[in-house]
Write a protein of this length. Structure first.
Length: 240
C-alpha cells in the first residue's frame, strides 16, 4: 500500500488512537492526580478513625485514673475512721474487727497506688500515640489540600482533551478512501491495521524481525507501507 509520507503520521495516530480506545473501552478516564487525591482521602479516613480510637483510649485511661483516685480517697477516709475508732474502742473483739478493716484498707490502698503508677505510665504512652495520630491527620489535611488543587487542574485539562471518537473521525477524514479500506481490512484480519517500525521490531506483534526482513522494510520507498511478515500489519517508519 502506498501513502504520502506526510499522511503516514496521520495513519499511525489513527491506529494508536483506535488501539487505545479498544484497551480503555467505556471506562471513564481518571487522572493520576485524581487517583492520588482519592487515595489520600481514604488514608485520611483511616487515620481519623485511628486518631479517634487513640483519643478514646486516653479517655478510658483518664476515667480509670479518676476511679482509682476516688477509691483511694474513700479507703483513706475508711482507714482514718478506723484509726479514730480504735482510739476510743476498748472492746477486744471490736478492736480486732477495726484493726482487720484498717489493715485491709491500707493493703488495698497500697494496691491502688501501684495501679495508679502503672496507669500514669500507660496514659503517658497513650497521649503520645494520640498526639502522633493527630499530627498525621493534620499533615494529611495539608497534603489533601495540595492534591485537591492538583486533581482539579488535571481534571480540567483532561476534560479539554478531544473525545477519542471525534478525534478518530477527524483523522479518518484526512486519509484517502482506498487507504482506509486496506487499513480496515488488515485491522479486521489481525486486530492491528498499522503500527510503527523502529528499524528492528514490529509495533503490531512486537516481534524482532530477521535481518533480511529488516533490510527489506527499511529500504522500501518512502511512500510505501511494507507489511510485517509475521502479522501482516502495515509498518510506518520514522521519517528522516
Amino acid at each position: 500500500m502506498k501513502l504520502d509520507p506526510t499522511q503516514q503520521a496521520v495513519l499511525l495516530e489513527l491506529a494508536n488512537t483506535e488501539r487505545s480506545l479498544e484497551v480503555v473501552g467505556d471506562k471513564a478516564f481518571v487522572t493520576s492526580e485524581q487517583k492520588e487525591y482519592d487515595r489520600l482521602l481514604k488514608e485520611q479516613q483511616r487515620m481519623q478513625n485511628a486518631s479517634a480510637a487513640a483519643q478514646m483510649a486516653v479517655d478510658d485511661m483518664e476515667a480509670e485514673i479518676l476511679r482509682i483516685q476516688e477509691d483511694e480517697r474513700k479507703l483513706r477516709q475508711r482507714e482514718r475512721a478506723d484509726k479514730a475508732a480504735l482510739a476510743a474502742e476498748t472492746d477486744p473483739e471490736r478492736r480486732r474487727d477495726l484493726e482487720h478493716d484498717r489493715y485491709s484498707a491500707k493493703s488495698r490502698i497500697a494496691d491502688l497506688m501501684s495501679e495508679l503508677a502503672e496507669s500514669h505510665n500507660q496514659i503517658h504512652a497513650l497521649r503520645n500515640n494520640r498526639d502522633v495520630h493527630g499530627a498525621k491527620v493534620d499533615e494529611l489535611a495539608r497534603q489533601i489540600e495540595v492534591a485537591k488543587r492538583a486533581a482539579e487542574t488535571a481534571n480540567e485539562a483532561a476534560a479539554a482533551i478531544k473525545d477519542p471518537e471525534v478525534h478518530i473521525a477527524e483523522l479518518r477524514e484526512q486519509l484517502p478512501a482506498d487507504v482506509l479500506a486496506e487499513y480496515d481490512a488488515q485491522k479486521n484480519d489481525s486486530d492491528v491495521g498499522a503500527a510503527d517500525f523502529n528499524g528492528r521490531t514490529c509495533g503490531g506483534c512486537y516481534i524482532v524481525l530477521s535481518g533480511m526482513d529488516q533490510q527489506r522494510i527499511n529500504r522500501a520507498p518512502a511512500d510505501e507501507l511494507p507489511k510485517c511478515p509475521e502479522c501482516g500489519t502495515y509498518l510506518i517508519r520514522k521519517q528522516s
